[in-house]
Design a protein. Structure first.
Length: 305
């Protein structure tokens, strides 16, 4: 089973406008509510790709109930730990640019934390656990490290997609796969990434510093770099019109895992991952499997080693 862990889920509230003017009343053309949070997005894209997963994390209040109900109706299995406060609402404003306002997290009690920890102690060999997104302020910032060590000790394959302090702590537990985006990698090494070769250099640094098997660095319109012990590859994405970037990175994680489950080669896994990110970037919502398969044929892979 694939488990996705979203410690800080969200109801994503997406509005579109012609232009956003600060300091005045803006009227949206459209509004949309979507289940959000990085692990939940991985589950939604896995579902599109025909893979079953169970979404874990904390959910509470009217927004938590809405989120759980929506996911269940979509056919996604959930086993959220209940909390008292409302799940946060994140606002995504789409105009010429995309502006995101991510809300702070609700409080998580020690009892709720222990309940999730207990779920993780029951994973087993052959399972995959994806830890993705921010860590609520009321939880210890090294919680990913603790949770990854627990799930790893049971033999699960671990994937980590986080940022800042939470990412740094999680890396210490040596996940099997890490998926920073360009900004997260720059933040980790306090560096500037100006091109593909810089991205490969710092991805290699991440791979060797922590001993992580697969480092996938997503680079938005520039595709992604994958570094393993065997070297570095760059995948150039297919051309297309950007419709939505929310969840594109999470879709590339889902594509990576789905390809690995299908025992694809390293090249095939990278192509499928980038195609999954691009299919979502080119769609209103998450990319469809048929689009991913078509786009994967257009991804251009270059060996950087
Ligand atoms: N403009 C684009 N054209 C083609 N593909 C894109 C574009 N933007 C994103 N993608 C695809 O999506 C993948 C992930 O993009 P990105 O690096 O923006 O992820 P991210 O920052 O983790 O996103 P998020 O946190 O919103 O999920 C890229 O590797 C690429 O495959
Ligand atoms: O605040 P975090 O946890 O870092 O990110 C949360 C979030 O921006 O990530 C997803 C896109 O990747 C959205 O669905 C969600 O709102």
């Amino acid at each position: 089973m694939i488990y996705t862990v979203t410690l800080n889920p969200a109801l994503d509230y997406i509005v579109s406008l012609d232009a956003l003017t600060t300091g005045s009343v803006n009227r949206a053309h459209t509004e949309q509510k979507e289940p959000g949070g990085k692990g939940i997005n991985v589950s939604r894209m896995l579902h599109n790709l025909g893979e079953q997963s169970t979404a874990l994390g904390f959910a509470g209040g009217f927004s938590g109930d809405w989120l759980t109900d929506r996911l269940t109706r979509e056919g996604i299995q959930t086993s959220f730990t209940p909390i008292e406060d409302d799940t946060r609402i994140n606002v995504k404003v789409k105009e010429q640019n995309e502006t995101e306002i991510n809300a702070p997290s609700p409080a998580i009690s020690e009892a709720a934390q222990a309940q999730l920890q207990d779920q993780l102690s029951r994973v087993t060999t052959g399972d995959t656990v994806v830890f993705a997104g921010s860590v609520p302020q009321t939880l210890p910032q090294n919680i990913y490290e603790t949770m990854i060590l627990e799930a790893k000790s049971k033999g699960a394959y671990i994937c980590l997609d986080a940022s800042g302090e939470a990412f740094q702590h999680g890396l210490k537990a040596v996940p099997d796969m890490a998926k920073p985006n360009q900004h997260e990698l720059e933040e980790l090494f306090n560096c500037e990434i100006r091109n593909i070769s810089d991205a490969a250099h710092y991805a290699e640094k991440l791979q060797t510093t922590y001993g992580i098997n697969h480092v996938l660095v997503s680079l938005a319109g520039e595709g992604a770099v994958l570094v393993t012990q065997d070297g570095a590859l760059h995948a150039r994405p297919p051309a297309g019109a950007l419709v939505n970037s929310v969840g594109a990175g999470d879709s590339s994680v889902a594509g990576f895992l789905a390809a690995q489950l299908a025992s694809a080669s390293v090249h095939g896994t990278l192509a499928y991952s980038v195609a999954s990110g691009s299919a979502t970037a080119f769609s209103d919502g998450f990319g469809a499997k048929a689009d991913v398969e078509k786009l994967a044929e257009e991804v251009k892979i270059t060996d950087l080693s």
